[in-house]
Design a protein around this ligand. Sequence first.
Ligand code: MN
Length: 249
Amino acid sequence: MNILLSNDDGVLAPGLTALAQALSSIATVIVMAPDRNRSGASHSLTLSRPLRVCKMHNGFYSVEGTPTDCVHLALRGYLDVKIDMVISGINHGSNLGDDVIYSGTVAAAVEGRNLGLPAIAVSQVCGTDNKIEFYQTAALVIKELVIKLKKVPLPSQTILNVNVPHVPDSEIKGFEITRLGSRHAAAPIEKQKDPRGHPIYWIGPPGAEADAGPGTDFNAVIRNYVSITPLHLDMTHYTMFDDLVNLVK
Ligand code: MN
């Protein structure tokens, strides 16, 4: 099995290395990732300039582009091996509920799906002070999942969004299949001044959980379950059809 691995935290991120190491014992792993942290890049493609690729000493490919660029490049002509699955992560921090819209981690998996492959996005929930003490739990979880998927493959064009609680492997209670919860609106922007007195603005952190009840991804990780949310990309709001048909009559 050939796995394409990418992320949005950049090619030097410890979560990427941990996952590459864990998966290399069960599959051939090819890593192509952004040259720097592109968290929040969502599904952006670089169209205004060409992309450069650098092969690093550890064999990872570093790309001067977004997570989506990496997967697109790899699957649309850069690699001459057939890829069977795309995995993105391990992200530093959860991607729960509305986060999946902004996430570059999820976007890299979505690009794999768009190009016809099954794909997994994996995120490690942070511990206190947004720190992550270990990636080993998430690495083992994904290894276990890939071993299962070797026996019962995911249908192509399926995306799994996986979030792993910040506990040692022995404290994980199991897997829970979940739906996306949701967050309150993000904190307000923060206005500061640069050293020359000009105003600058920081985007605020994500809002606290709003819909985090039973069955949601938020709820699973709080209870030390690995959350697996199957995602699909049809954003059509079907229940609005009748209202809109009447509106435009
Ligand atoms: Mn990230």
